[in-house]
Write a protein that binds this ligand. Structure first.
Ligand code: AMP
Length: 520
């Protein structure tokens, strides 16, 4: 009948998990036996390599090596071009990583993957979520749902702890490339998001870059320009991350980086204090984001029962110190920082599979339910939107303004609507520009897509209702109703500016099918 898995598709590392026959979560090791797979891709002549080997060999073949692609999800004009000139979109690279995770999981479980829940940062916008769905479609993965990473971590935490008294938990999720804060209320069977904030370009990758800049600077003081040696630069990327992790170890107050620059060895020592100084400004930003989330939730730190750390970068001692100093709360490491997200997604995948089975005819439903493990302490969860969604309209002064229809922090799924009137007599078309942002001033919002609809031309101003819905995957839908005739004009197809078209997704699915993807 196949297995259902949870996939944490990370900026730096990806993880897959499933719920075993005893109802317990289990990480699915990759074909190297490791629980985490670097989200790295190396394009070789006859094969595409994903993971540890790609990461190790990437530095000797930098033109054909791509890492941190999650940072470019939802960017229409970003392409990775291999040395021989083949172009890949961020969705295609992510699909290649997903294909590898899927084949490793199927090899380990000895069964095909029937469905998956994929996680995304809570702060991901519509374009980034849609790009993730497209990547999964290209990898021929049956996606049951996408859920927010902090929510998945909260599910893993809630289920592992069992039923408890009501508590308010702040989830501080600092990963490889993104930062999310979510404030959640746990009741005995529900997890409710109260507020969320984030920064989609802040994480361990930036800390690595701080070390890289420091090493470049120290080398320059000795008259050495590392940037001229592309291999040394690639090697430095890996060594900087290793040095950062080494400095997180208890009692480790200094470490050194040794690289070869133009044939000569270069050694730079970094102390923990120096590293803390390098990342201080970035961590201060995470504290501001946390404060904003608190303000949105209308809470004081004294009302927070627990700060839960998630994401590999929370292993950095200075992260914990700064949080404690700021909030007076000692952060808790009760969930595994690398694995909790995939585990929460696996619980959700199982729940989704059960819900879907209930839609099947009785016999089929029984067979599917019997094949699935019992999930203990299942929680319902209620997420909120990370951004305001609206449309551009013309106000009484004939100026373009943004009207927010679905405010930030609306419960998911949800729908909101506003009424407008047509601009001209006998207007035959409606052009809807869908926006993301909270401001009325259009300079401070982003148009995420446009949609055009033919309407029945009528004299005078026709009242139109525009409804914006956010589905359980946080994907946006727009519906229009002609209020004069009380006619539902249906759902509008949004041409998403930052996403691939349906045809491109189809073409890429075929292209990816013919590729040879492996781990070594
Ligand atoms: P995640 O996205 O949660 O998998 O987190 C990955 C990030 O965590 C990467 O930037 C890693 O370098 C970082 N990381 C993992 N282990 C450590 C550690 N011991 N100290 C500092 N950063 C770490």
């Amino acid at each position: 009948m196949g297995k259902y898995v949870g996939i944490d598709l990370g900026t730096t590392y990806s993880v897959a998990a499933f719920i075993n026959e005893d109802g317990l979560p289990q990480i699915i090791p990759n074909d190297n036996g490791k629980n985490t797979t670097p989200s790295t891709v190396l394009f070789e002549e006859n094969a595409i390599i994903v993971g540890e080997t790609a990461k190790e060999e990437g530095f000797s073949n930098p033109e054909n090596y791509e890492a941190f692609v999650k940072r470019h999800m939802g960017e229409r004009d970003y392409w990775f071009t291999t040395a021989e000139g083949t172009k890949y979109s961020p969705e295609e690279i992510s699909a290649i990583i997903l294909k590898k995770l899927k084949s490793d999981a199927e090899a380990y479980l000895g069964e095909e993957i029937s469905g998956a829940v994929i996680t995304v940062p809570a702060y991901f916008n519509d374009a980034q979520r849609k790009a993730t769905m497209d990547a999964a479609a290209m990898a021929k993965m049956n996606v049951l749902s996408i859920i927010n990473e902090p929510t998945a971590a909260a599910l893993a935490f809630g289920i592992s702890k069992g039923k408890q008294e009501q508590q308010t938990v702040l989830i501080y999720d600092l990963g490889g490339g993104t930062f999310d804060v979510c404030i959640m209320r746990f009741t005995d069977k529900e997890i409710i998001s109260l507020a969320g904030e984030g920064n989609r370009a802040l994480g361990g990758y930036d800390f690595d870059n701080k070390i890289i800049d420091y090493v470049k600077e120290k080398a320059a003081e000795q008259g050495i320009d590392i940037t001229k040696d592309v291999y040394a630069m690639q090697d430095l990327q890996i060594k900087a991350e290793q040095a950062k992790c080494a400095l997180s170890a208890k009692d480790k107050i200094k470490t050194s980086i040794v690289i070869n620059v133009q044939g000569k060895p270069l050694k730079i020592v970094i102390t923990r204090e120096e590293f803390n100084e390098m990342i201080e400004n970035l961590l201060t930003r995470t504290i501001s984001v946390m404060e904003n989330a608190m303000e949105e939730a209308g809470l004081e730190y004294s009302e927070i029962d627990k700060i839960l750390l998630v994401g590999g970068s929370t292993r950095i001692p200075y992260v914990r110190e700064m949080i404690e100093e700021e909030t007076g709360i000692k952060p808790s490491s009760e969930v595994h920082p690398d694995e909790a997200v995939a585990i929460g997604a696996a619980y959700h995948a199982l729940e989704m599979a059960k819900n879907r089975a209930c839609e099947e005819p009785a016999e089929m439903k029984e067979a599917i339910l019997n094949s699935l493990p019992d999930s203990k302490n299942q929680y319902q969860f209620q997420d909120v939107t990370a951004h305001g969604i609206g449309i551009i309209s013309i106000n009484e002064y004939n100026e373009k303004v943004n009207t927010v229809i679905l405010p930030k922090n609306s419960k998911i799924p949800s729908e909101g609507y506003e009424e407008f009137v047509t601009l001209e007599d006998y207007q035959a078309h409606l052009l809807i520009e869908v926006t993301q942002g909270e401001e009325e001033d259009i300079r401070y919002v982003t148009v995420i897509g446009t949609s055009e609809l033919k309407i029945k031309p009528k004299p005078g101003q026709v009242r139109i209702r525009v409804s914006i819905g956010c589905d359980s995957d946080s994907i946006i839908h727009v519906r229009v109703t002609d209020l004069q005739d009380n006619e539902d004009l249906g759902e509008m197809k949004i041409d998403r500016i930052a996403n691939l078209t349906e045809e491109e997704v189809k073409e890429n699915t075929e292209k990816l099918e013919s590729l040879n993807i492996s781990g070594e």
